[in-house]
Design a protein. Structure first.
Length: 277
């Protein structure tokens, strides 16, 4: 791996470790989304990033074009919204690392050498993501686990692991037609092959029924994202506002999980002991 990538990787790893540790110390049991985890499902081009930001207030970091001829892309960091949900997204870290390595994000145009380099960087991005998620879970912080939902067993296994330590788990299923997904993929900064879009769309659609059964009707939210609303229009605000209210209600409903409540009680006791004379 080139030296500049290794250097940027070490800086990013340090920032992730410090940031998540500081968040754990600051929030912990006071996190508004404590013990709540939302899986995000939907293939490439479904508009998951936009939907996530609008309905949770937490935005994933992403690339944007610049006017600089030497550096045509720059990475814009994500942010945590009022519901306190932390986004777990491997593509966020991957995009930043690819940009830092001087690579473009039109992955359907990559040469064989660029594809090999991308996979090497992707492996490192996944390692960093695991470290970030581990720190978030350590503090029982609220999560949005951003994926496609193409692998039912992977999602259900991970969800079961979080449920075992007291989390309530949910799914937000961002649904579009295949035609809409293909059209939006063409407009993405990080475009992928049309064949991959179609294969993932079919896999996600086949899993919808199983996800509905696993999460249950109250914890499974379908977002029909076929309509392209005008940015900032009243129609867009109304559409996303209703779902935001639905998510907010789930977040603000106190957990009735015995494991979670025991953890919270222990944390309270520890904090009280720390401040006793």
């Amino acid at each position: 791996m080139p030296k500049n990538i290794i250097k940027n990787l070490k800086i990013l790893e340090r920032d992730i470790s410090m940031k998540t540790f500081q968040e754990y110390i600051r929030e912990g049991m006071y996190d508004p989304g404590i013990f709540k985890a939302f899986w995000l499902a939907g293939g490439p081009g479904s508009g998951k990033s936009k939907v996530t930001g609008e309905i949770t207030g937490s935005w994933v970091g992403d690339a944007e074009k610049t006017k600089d001829r030497k550096k045509q892309l720059r990475f814009v960091a994500g942010r945590t919204g009022p519901l306190g949900l932390k986004i777990i997204n491997s593509d966020e870290i991957l995009s930043k690392m690819l940009i830092d390595a001087g690579m473009h994000l039109r992955m359907d145009e990559y040469t064989a050498a660029e594809k090999e380099q991308k996979e090497t960087i992707r492996d490192e991005a996944k390692k960093l993501l695991k470290k970030r998620q581990k720190n978030y879970v350590l503090g029982r912080l609220g999560l949005v686990l951003d994926g496609t939902g193409k692998n039912y067993d992977k999602v259900s296994t991970a969800s079961n692991s979080l449920r075992a330590i007291g989390y309530n788990t949910y799914m937000i299923f961002v649904n579009t037609s295949l035609d809409v997904a293909l059209q939006r993929n063409e407009m993405r900064t990080r475009k992928i092959d049309e064949t991959d879009v179609e294969d993932m769309w079919k896999a996600v659609q086949q899993n919808m029924g199983k996800f509905q059964q696993y999460f249950g009707p109250k914890n499974f939210i379908i977002v029909d994202n076929n309509t392209a609303y005008e940015e900032g229009s009243n129609s867009e605000k109304l559409f996303f506002g209703k779902i935001f209210a639905q998510i907010s209600k789930l977040i603000r409903t106190p957990t009735d999980n015995a494991i979670a409540n025991k953890w919270i009680a222990n944390e309270l006791r520890m904090k009280q002991l720390m401040f006793e004379d």
